[in-house]
Write a protein that binds this ligand. Sequence first.
Ligand code: NAD
Length: 356
Amino acid sequence: MGGKERHEGKHKILAVLYKAGEYADNKKFLACAENGLGVKEWLKEQGHEFIVTDDKEGPDSELEKQLPTIDILITTPFHPAYMSKERIQKAKNLKLIITAGVGSDHIDLHAAAEAGMTVTEIAKSNVTSVAEDEIMRILILIRNFIPGYQQVIHDDWNVAAVAHKAYDLEHKTVGTLGAGSIGQEMMKRLQNWDLNLLYYARHQNEKIEKFGAVWEKDLDTFLSKCDVVSINVPLTDKTRGMIGKEQLSKMKKGAYLVNNARGDIVVREAIGEALESGQLNGYGGDVWYPQPPGKDHPWRHMPNHAMTPHLSGTTLDAQARYADGTKKILECWFDGKPLPEEDYIVREGELASQYQ
Ligand code: NAD
């Protein structure tokens, strides 16, 4: 399996990327449809067919139209091409799906495995970008920054309205739910901030402990000890809805929750209710379901949130890394070489262990 013969010849590759319009003039902005992850010319020179579209929803979309004839699909978590079982079954020639970034939950991974496909990510390409963003969101929430900013743009001035619930982060307990690459990067950055650091994981993890984080193996106990929880696990069958009403009730009253992992790891309505009741003092993140969310998505208008579109992992620095990683994967694939080990999510029909 995976021999040279299988991937020789000309390929038909579809990339689903959002359009950047006027912003595409910045050539560092690789992750948009106009700049095609920087691989357009390179693929053309080799005679491959490379199609880029942002049109991914519904039966008449360009994605649906191209599915039966493409053999490689490139998607990103920022403008996810939702690859349902039906779409995977329709894609008869499709052998490789590359997630340009980290997090492949927009793909039905079981269906992809069943179809014998390979799914890869660009592991670690944006962990720094996300870890930095999480620390920013924690500070934005705990310092009650957003109401102060809104006062300024609305020609207002009311120190009390902000200060009555603004705190320092110092001496608080900050926990990461998940001790993988992003959890570790976050703890590495926070290790000298005079905090109590905790991590919840299924197994003790030496890598995160070297930054002073202490293992808590019981989720409820972990939640009850933290002033701030940051979610850093992938969305899988086991983590979907992992933080709902019951788990939120175990948290300290007035705690903060930051989720840059995936929207569906938390229960949508439970977050709004916890913010309304004051059980949570703030919720921040950049991940939603679906993406883009409808105008009526409740997270747009719930109190005390620090939500943005999905952007923490797509800084220009991150784009350079995952564009480069995408090219490396294509090179390996064309040459019949194994792909970087840590990038595999599904390897020719076999699902990585954390998704099983
Ligand atoms: P990673 O694979 O390095 O770490 C994930 C960790 O979660 C692993 O240690 C794994 O053991 C743990 N885990 C998995 N299932 C678990 C469970 N049921 N209970 C407890 N722990 C569990 O991944 P990472 O690079 O740290 O990224 C984590 C997630 O963050 C990604 O899967 C993705 O969904 C999200 N992400 C978001 C952005 C963004 O732009 N917002 C960018 C990158 C990644």
